[in-house]
Design a protein around this ligand. Sequence first.
Ligand SMILES: [Zn+2]
Length: 296
Amino acid sequence: MTAHMDTVPTERIVPVIREGIVYSQGDTILGADDKAGLAIILEILTVLAEKDGPYRPVEVLFTVGEETGLRGAKAVDVSHFKAKMGLGLDAAGDPGAMIVHAPSQDPWQARVHGRAAHAGANPEAGINAILVAAEGIVHMPLGRIDAETTANIGIIRGRRATNVVPDLVELYGEARSRDEKKLEAQIRAMSDALQQSAQAHGATVDIQVSRSYKRYHFAEDAPIVRLLSKAMRSVGVEPLLVPTGGGSDSNVLIARGIDIIQMSLGMHAVHTNDEHIAIDDLETSARIVLACLISD
Ligand SMILES: [Zn+2]
């Protein structure tokens, strides 16, 4: 069983319960992502400690830095674990959903080099790096590319004065896809758009692409999918196998040989001030986890 201990950054959270649903007071996130997962794991350990009768051997992994690039999972020495499969308690949505298909993510950073000049006295001598970047961005495919591919520019950093034609601008973006070929094509399209704009204006661009995490895909008959589906049915929940556009600790752990499937715990509107979770859903999720551990 695994969950992450960090949340997106926040001030002091004051949880309130209204009609069986836990919210924040409305001015912070709730942090159910991923304290819901921690709560369920601690509850399960308590239940198992008091239980007579057999259950599967259990290992627990609490990670840090999930929201900031899966850094904790990436730092884990998986040789400590005997488990070959497990449950990730870190997905939003109603109980019953499990994430069977997730994308690779490639973040990239580009530096556009123009030429500085005095903006008033001699703008003709300059090559405006911000303008070059802007034209590149306009010609870039961005946002929702297709059902399994997305792309984004998140940060632009230019120079600091208005009286200088900027000679440098830095862009930070990313692309994701559940299909490696599409991801490759998307990265190329973004890079080409910048290169063509640079060429048209006599500027240059250097682009660095990295791999943050790798895609995965569980088949319907994968042992962990079958185990979890059976456990869900045993507590009256119909399993739903869903794809996602996001990454999780699973991307890292699966690549290292532990088939961790993410299951939805009932949290909604995560990373917003409306984040909430029904206590009933927490309990249902805990029952599903327990059923996984005591089934054969
Ligand atoms: Zn999370």
